[in-house]
Design a binder for this molecule. Structure first.
Ligand code: ADP
Ligand code: MG
Length: 255
């Protein structure tokens, strides 16, 4: 099992209170799987991805990544595991503006200690698989959004990670560019890369093999209305639960 989470909770301090953002999340993702996680803004999607990707640590619960418990691991060890196992793709690309496509893609290989010549060769190769052979020396501001995201995917996969984590990868793109990104994900998954993709778009989620739903920090394999139907069936006189409080967020920007 590549990802194995049991009763994961994540609390954040908010003022004097503590807010539980992930509530007893259980998740198992096998190698080769392609999972989409859907949920409204503020439901905990990015928080969950950060814990899966070892960018953040759970407050409680057990998490094994590729069989390893990293709870007590230091930041160097976490960085090493991330670099070796995980590629990240974000809504807003996070390319370095002063570097061209090749140098952006080669950067993680530098951290991995790969020699310079090989870094460049592998970056060129990764960009070619993204259909960017004629954009290699362009900087991000000379590329379209879809092209930037393809550079970012090349950067994510250049180290041959087992797991690709994508947080709203099409959120900043038009439909055609988004579909192109989804075609690339299909190909990567067919080649064996495990993918966990966060989205709030149904058409995007439908491209995955499975969909899980997160709502107010609770992850479920059942869709919200199905959960409600099931709850309603088991409940006759109870009142409807109050809707969750607005988060004050303006949307899906993951700065
Ligand atoms: P989503 O990605 O689904 O929009 P997030 O995981 O970003 O949701 O956030 C879930 C909730 O956790 C939100 O209410 C958000 O305000 C809160 N939250 C996220 N990160 C932090 C943080 N570092 N400190 C405090 N609260 C946070
Ligand atoms: Mg988010």
């Amino acid at each position: 099992m590549l990802v194995e989470m049991k009763d994961i909770c994540k609390d954040y301090p908010q003022g004097k209170e503590t807010v539980r953002v992930l509530k007893d999340v259980c998740l198992q993702v096998e190698e080769g799987d392609y999972l989409a996680i859907m949920g409204p803004s503020g439901s905990g999607k990015t928080t969950l991805m950060n814990v899966i990707g070892c960018l953040d640590v759970q407050t409680s619960g057990d998490y094994l990544l590729d069989g390893e418990d990293l709870l007590g691991a230091g930041s160097n060890r976490l960085a090493e595991v991330r670099n070796r196992l995980i590629g990240f793709v974000f809504q807003s690309f996070y390319l370095l503006p002063k570097l061209n496509a090749i140098d952006n893609v080669a950067l993680p290989l530098m951290y991995a200690g790969v020699p310079k010549k090989e870094r460049r060769e592998r970056a060129v190769e990764a960009l070619k698989t993204m259909g960017l052979e004629d954009r290699m020396t362009f900087r991000p501001n000379q590329l379209s959004g879809g092209q930037c995201q393809r550079v970012a995917i090349a950067r994510a996969i250049v180290g041959k990670p087992k797991l690709l984590l994508a947080d709203e990868p099409t959120g900043a793109l038009d439909t055609a560019s988004g579909n192109q990104i989804m075609d690339i994900f299909d190909r990567l998954n067919a080649d064996g890369t495990t993918i966990i993709m966060i989205t709030h778009e149904q058409a995007i989620a439908d491209r995955a093999k499975h969909i899980h739903y997160i709502r107010d920090g609770v992850l479920s394999a059942q869709k919200e209305d199905e959960t409600e139907k099931a709850e309603a069936a088991g409940r006759e006189t109870e009142e409807e639960p109050l809707p969750s409080a607005p988060t004050g967020e303006d949307g899906e920007t993951d700065a």
